[in-house]
Write a protein that binds this ligand. Structure first.
Ligand SMILES: [Fe+2]
Ligand SMILES: [Fe+2]
Length: 141
């Protein structure tokens, strides 16, 4: 694992986190119906976590000598509460998968601090993913 490949992969992750912040902000605004208060609160609560992930990645990319990405990953269009929850679940599952792979790459690169941080992020994203999956499990429509 060379440094350039690792920086590029971390920048792809950073774009995902920037996209996640926008996704949750936007979906919180778009949530409708009787569950709007809980749903908006649920989406907004995720923003802080994703922002911290983005902050960590941007700092680490600079520490490694790279230039942090500023273009977010596109946010999927979603017209209903269910579509928004499904899009969030897909994004969180991807994050779990990506950080699991990234921790492996960081191990190969020999950066133990990065491995530990990425594993923490796998735990965070797994929590987001499981919580969203449980909300969707008995979603009425
Ligand atoms: Fe995240
Ligand atoms: Fe997340």
């Amino acid at each position: 694992m060379d440094k350039k490949t690792l920086i590029d992969a971390l920048n792809e992750d950073l774009a995902g986190e920037l996209g996640a912040v926008i996704q949750y902000l936007t979906y919180a605004a778009k949530a409708t119906g009787p569950y709007r208060p809980q749903l908006a609160q649920f989406f907004l609560a995720e923003v802080a976590d994703e922002q911290l992930h983005a902050q960590f990645l941007a700092n680490k990319i600079v520490a490694l000598g790279g230039e942090p990405a500023t273009q977010p990953r596109p946010v999927p269009a979603a017209k209903t509460n269910r579509a928004m929850l499904e899009a969030v679940l897909a994004a969180e599952r991807r994050a779990v998968k990506d950080y699991t792979a990234r921790a492996q790459q960081a191990e190969e690169f020999g950066d133990k601090g990065l491995v530990v941080q990425l594993e923490d992020m796998v735990r965070d994203e797994s929590g987001h993913s499981e919580e969203t999956e449980r909300i969707l499990r008995d979603w009425p429509v």
